[in-house]
Design a protein around this ligand. Sequence first.
Ligand SMILES: [Zn+2]
Length: 116
Amino acid sequence: MDDQINCPQCNSENAYNDGSLWNCPDCGHEWNPDTAAAADAEAGQGVRDANGNPLADGDSVTVIKDLKVKGSSLVVKGGTKVKNIRLVDGADGHNIACKIDGIGAMNLKSEFVKKA
Ligand SMILES: [Zn+2]
């Protein structure tokens, strides 16, 4: 096994490890392969909207269908815009935490929203 890692920025083979970080002499990029791998893993299993677009913390989304709010008579109407979502690890598939005007804090399923 070769431990050599190519620079993720310019793909140079001259990158070297200085003990904690990798450095690229060609483009000056510095990175930590552990952090990069973790970010990749997160992106791979990332939360996606109804159209398959990746969602991230802080994104704005639009609800694509009427959603009943559990435990209340409130309904989040399709077309409702939701700002500043937060991705969560909802066991029941509700993987977006957000606050909706007139309703309050609630969780949504990413399959029922699309990126605004
Ligand atoms: Zn480079």
